[in-house]
Design a protein around this ligand. Structure first.
Ligand SMILES: *Cc1c(COP(=O)(O)O)cnc(C)c1O
Length: 455
């Protein structure tokens, strides 16, 4: 059960099917265009959508808004230092700002940025810094149904080949995403991180973590990896940070907050280059684009997120939803992680080819049938079409991500989600496909308009 009780509530809108149909039509059948008052259960993202604790609210009231040298900065710095052990700590307004600052200070054009899987903004910031992102997911990740415990790992053979092959001098950084968000929210093992750390040291390559979900990764290590069952989440997280030269983190995830991030590292000269850019583009080094209030709430959130009772309840809520979804006959990316479930829409809707966007079709149906908002990770997001709109390269899988905000929804909310999905799964053939009406060239899943087709 949840190790907290409800103190403040916010009503959630419950619409009729007719109202939802009108809303979806107005939104061009794009869930990103819906308004909050049209949504019953919002599973679009776990980023910045978390519920604060009373202790975080109280800490926020102590926020020190002094321009430079605020007390709140030192509380934030101490919390990040206690967690990571890194001596150089910079607050930023969110994770992508840390990525941009680090990559511009660390990478030179033409270098490779190597990862288990880059998150979207990490990839974009590597490209903007002139580097080429390279993803090396482990082989087990390709089998969605496999219950392998650490499908977020990097492929060590391919990493070794890269670091010893003809391109070895072009590798500018290895950045491991924990948990592997782009790879189905799967965890990375300590064994894998240890091997990456050793390889990077041997070959003189900087090794960083993208640590947005450091606590959730630690929890899954404790559950799944030999030798860690007696560790605390804090200890496992610290061992992971110890292996790297530094980390970027979006604190909109595992600081259970609404806004924030950090860039933390060991190398003083690199930190100085980053700090110049921080001051020029985010804010002075003691606030980095955040208010004192934010810094206080983040420091408190970093303390709360490593509590075993919290992590146990969150992991078992996701597992409970996964069990109900499986019982309804819907496949997910196995095994269930913590921050999200990834539904295999391609398998549920075999009558829809990639150019009818089965992931998008299922996401839209979840809204129309139950007011549940979520987004596809399939061919609408990743597919490539020629100039006439013919699909030339579909996405490898047609998935729908149900992201679970922290401390926001109860078990009965999640059971409602499973019920709506089970109803859809009874007659999947009734779910129509979609066709693109209007789409910008870049980031089209955010901005496109589509319409249902029945052909
Ligand atoms: C959210 C996220 C980011 C980007 O962080 P923002 O705070 O959204 O800028 C980077 N990496 C991972 C793994 C993330 O989940």
């Amino acid at each position: 059960m949840e190790p907290y009780r409800v103190k403040v509530v916010e009503p959630i809108p419950i619409l009729t099917r007719a109202e939802r149909e009108t809303a979806m039509e107005r939104a061009g059948y794009n869930p990103f265009n819906l308004r909050a008052e049209e949504i019953t259960i919002d599973l679009l993202s776990d980023s910045g959508t978390n519920a604060l604790s009373a202790a975080q609210q109280a800490a926020g009231a102590l926020g020190d808004e002094t321009y430079a040298g605020a007390r709140s900065f030192f509380r934030f710095r101490d919390a990040v230092e206690k967690l990571t052990g890194y001596p150089q700590i910079m607050p930023v307004h969110q994770g992508r700002a840390a990525e941009r600052i680090l990559f511009n200070a660390l990478l030179t054009p033409g270098q490779l940025c190597v990862s288990n899987t880059h998150f979207d903004t990490t990839r974009a910031n590597a490209v903007l810094a002139g580097a080429t992102p390279v993803d090396l997911p482990c082989a087990a990740a390709a089998d969605l149904d496999s219950a392998a415990p650490f499908k977020g790992d990097i492929d060590l053979d391919r990493l070794t080949a890269l670091l010893t092959g003809p391109d070895r001098d072009t590798v500018g950084v290895v950045i491991m995403t924990i948990t592997n968000n782009g790879g189905g929210g799967q965890p990375v093992s300590m064994a894998n991180l240890t091997a990456v750390s050793r390889l990077c040291r041997e070959h003189g390559v900087p090794f960083f973590l993208d640590a947005a979900r450091f606590a959730e990764n630690a929890w899954l290590v404790i559950q799944r990896e030999d030798g860690y069952s007696e560790h605390t989440p804090e200890q496992v997280a610290r061992l992971a940070f110890d292996l790297a030269d530094g980390a970027v983190a979006s604190l909109k995830k595992d600081a259970i907050a609404h806004m924030g991030g950090f860039l933390a590292l060991r190398d003083e000269a690199l930190a100085q280059r980053c700090e110049l850019m921080l001051t020029a583009t985010e804010g002075f080094r003691t606030y980095g684009g955040l208010s004192g209030r934010d810094l206080e709430m983040l420091a408190q959130g970093l303390h709360e997120v490593v509590e075993p009772d919290y992590l146990r309840a969150r992991a078992s809520a996701t597992q409970h939803l996964a069990d109900l979804v499986n019982k309804a006959g819907v496949s997910i990316v196995e095994p269930a992680g913590i921050h999200a479930l990834y539904l295999n829409a391609g398998r549920l809707l075999p009558h829809l080819p990639p150019n009818r966007y089965p992931g998008h079709a299922l996401a839209t149906e979840l809204y129309l049938a139950g007011g549940i908002r979520c987004a596809e990770l399939g061919s609408l997001y990743l597919g490539e079409e020629d100039e006439d709109g013919n699909m030339v390269k579909p996405a490898p899988y047609e998935l729908v991500r149900l992201a679970i905000p922290r401390r926001v929804y109860t078990q009965s909310h999640l059971e409602y989600v499973a019920e709506v999905l089970a109803e859809i799964a009874q007659h999947p053939e009734r779910v129509p496909g979609y066709r693109i009406v209007e789409a910008p060239a870049l980031l089209r899943h955010f901005n496109c308009r589509v319409e249902p087709v029945r052909d």
